[in-house]
Design a protein around this ligand. Structure first.
Ligand code: ZN
Length: 345
């Protein structure tokens, strides 16, 4: 019998970057994507590496979802503008992680129909998003100590401007992640526990002992002026907070509050689900204060227009973190998420 040795599959993604070279490199990860008329075609994923004096290593990402724009603008602008001479440490910047989705303005990748942020830790022999997820997990997250991923709420929702982090039972990691979120300086920081999200970039980072926060800085499929303002300030704030550039984080809020308010979504009662297909009429904007049992909106049945709209209620007290705006919804869709003040219990 012949035994064929099978190596651990390596990534098919290649690039010209030297992650240790001093100064700024702006380039691409090349993801093989054979197509009609292009046997050796690649999809070029933007990436920059900036190396300054010795110091910490940080990853900034945007465009993990293509219909979220603030991170794409803020991360790419910083990659062009940051002076390597002013930096202590290594910064890796990826402004449009799922570039095909970013070019299409869509959440799902048009090449394989997947949500990149549900593909970690990925597969080197898988689909486009799976290959890219595997590369980022094995080649990028292994080179940093901190990951900051800029999101917004996409076409379907709008978020109260916020960072998000996972709860952990490790008190040191929890404290450091809170500090990272406080330095970021969004109006809110939302702590998740008991909600299963193991295939996200943040979850993959945490598995590699990388401090990770994500963020929600807008939504409704447009560029949020205030979300972009927070995003650009936040990236510099994080670098200042880690002493990677000079200065002190500016975390002041428009309402005069000196910093970030810590909130939580502890379980599924924070989520409002559509009980039927229909046209959802929301009652509130993101940030509104609500109570359990309060009307969240009405589901309209335009095709049966004599039928009364169906009331949908919040299931938890708190502030609206995610407000819906997509119009048509399907049974089981989330049509609102409520956050409440963080408590240690
Ligand atoms: Zn997103």
């Amino acid at each position: 019998m012949t035994i064929i040795a099978v190596d651990t599959p390596k990534s098919r993604i290649f690039h010209d970057l030297d992650f240790d070279r001093p100064g700024r490199q702006i380039g691409y990860l090349r993801v093989p994507q054979s197509r009609d008329g292009g046997a050796w075609s690649t999809i070029e994923i933007p990436i920059a590496v900036v190396n300054g004096a010795p110091g910490p290593a940080v990853l900034f990402t945007g465009g993990v979802h293509g219909d979220e724009y603030e991170g794409q603008i803020a991360v790419s602008r910083l990659a062009r503008r940051l002076d390597p001479q002013s930096l202590r440490g290594r910064l890796i910047l990826m402004p449009a992680v799922d570039l095909p989705a970013a070019l299409a303005g869509r959440r799902m990748c048009p090449l394989d129909g997947r949500d990149f942020n549900r593909c970690l830790p990925g597969d080197p022999r898988g689909s486009f998003c799976q290959m890219l997820a595997h590369f980022i997990d094995t080649e990028i997250l292994t080179r940093v100590g901190v990951s900051v991923d800029i999101h917004a709420a996409g076409n379907a929702m709008e978020a109260a401007l916020s960072t998000c982090m996972h709860h952990t039972d490790d008190p040191d990691i929890l404290k450091q992640t809170f500090t990272l979120a406080e330095n970021f300086g969004a109006p809110y920081n939302v702590v998740f526990s008991g909600v299963d999200e193991t295939s996200t970039l943040a979850a993959a980072a945490e598995r590699r002992r990388v401090l990770a926060i994500s963020s929600e800085l807008g939504g409704y499929g447009r560029v949020s002026v205030d979300g972009l303002r927070i995003a650009e300030r936040a990236l510099l704030n994080v670098l200042k907070g880690m002493s990677m550039i000079d200065g002190t984080p500016d975390t002041s809020q428009l309402d005069g509050h000196p910093g970030t308010r810590h909130m939580e979504v502890r379980d599924h009662t924070g989520y409002v689900f559509a009980p039927s297909d229909g046209l959802f009429e929301p009652m509130d904007l993101a940030g509104a204060e609500v109570r359990a049992g309060q009307l969240a909106g009405h589901l309209h049945f335009i095709e049966e227009w004599a039928r009364e709209p169906m009331p949908v209620e919040y299931r938890s007290d708190g502030l609206v973190w995610m407000a819906p705006g997509s119009g048509r919804v399907r049974k089981g869709d989330v049509v609102g998420v409520v956050m409440r003040p963080y408590s240690h219990s």
